[in-house]
Ligand binder design. Sequence first.
Ligand code: AMP
Length: 502
Amino acid sequence: MPNTTTSLPNEITFASLNLAEPLMRAIADAGYTHPTPVQKQAIPLVLAGGDLLAGAQTGTGKTAGFTLPILHLLNARPAANPRPGQPRCLILTPTRELAAQVEESVQTYGKYLSLKSMVMFGGVNINPQIKSLRSQVDILVATPGRLLDHLSQKTLDLSAVEILILDEADRMLDMGFIRDIRKILALLPKKRQNLLFSATFSEEIKTLSDGLLNNPGFVEVARRNTTSELVTQSVHMVAQKLKSHLLSHLIKHNDWKQVLVFTRTKHGANRLAEKLNADGIAAAAIHGNKSQSARTKALAQFKDGTMPVLVATDIAARGLDIDMLPHVVNFELPNVPEDYVHRIGRTGRAGSNGAAISLVDSEELQHLKDIERLIKTQIPRVAIDSFVPPTHIPAEAPRPPRPQHGQRRHSNTTAGNRPPREGQNRAPREGQAPRNPDAAKSRQPRAPQSREPQAGQPRSGQKPRAPQSAPKAQPLLSEAARHQAMPQPALFSPRPAVRRGK
Ligand code: AMP
């Protein structure tokens, strides 16, 4: 059949972006036919040499949006006096996984160029990195913590940096990296090109970009606060203590082959992976307390289909290039409604259909309402008739308190008392005991506390609920009444008789 696609005369194509021929070949090899919106806008601005402020998140093609033009620029003006351990371009990312993926993209798009790249993050032995820095490195992709380790050991010199990129700057700030970033900025040459990519523009990001960027070009691609129509969303109302049982049931009953499950805490991710394994479902948890090799292995097995379930915290999953997943499960709803949109954006991409399933305890109804307000959609409550709750459930450890409603976990911390951060150099140094905040927490004596508070009582560490919130058993009914047009919610409880709805 003849190709009937015609290009509009003013359409921006890769050819019209004037990228060097070796880059065009690599783009063709990658199978990209057209630049994405962020690439169309960002590539010409970066090629022109100016600073850039870009609002784009994972999945928009942002990585190629900055990688392609910086490869072009560095290739077009070879370093006068290249020295080992003196990168010409520095890309900072919040997490190890994102760093690895960005460097992979640099290699993919730069494969026909002679530029050298390197990735650097904590949680792995520093010595191979020191060895690599003894050779030429044009592009360095790094997480801030390990970068500072190298700077303090004087194994790295930033005085030749011509281009700085902060990728997912908002997440770096959320994770408490601002002091590290400021330390790094102070060591860079004054004259350089700066690119800042961020999914959101908070006051903190504005302050950072005002101090960093010089008369920047501005690019913003559609925020995904709208969810894709290709994603079927559903909510299963279920008591917290039954969620892992229901999830096992759903995976087995529906024969799900690839499921990304989001939990709120690292500890919760571990427990859930253990429970699924005990139920005969291969699963691994991925979060900042895991060794880098464990994270890499889990991700590889998940991607190649040998391990059907990956349990992740938001931060660990951020930036993972695992698209077009058939199933994303919110084991707990996120505190920040926008994170729901990010999470479920993992499925239903690029024309394929996907399902986003949320397991919601009655205590999470306020979070559910906030999410529905954001996405301007009521998510259907769906009962799982085939699920029979177990009659006996072993007692569980108490859940850690949620941060205040609508807050990210670390947003209020100060440098002095902030918790360990994912993506930073957090693995034990040689000769050091492993640092595990969850383990440390479990060593603290706990006040006697039953896991489920009495109706209307706050959890320990939580603000008392506002007087207008209904007692624990009530919101399901009033919520259901508010969603008359939708299927009735099902409440799975340890006592089957309490099941409501259908
Ligand atoms: P990113 O937003 O950079 O994480 O990219 C998300 C995905 O989009 C990656 O898997 C890229 O390989 C892919 N991608 C980037 N640019 C294009 C393009 N122009 N056409 C098709 N896919 C692309």
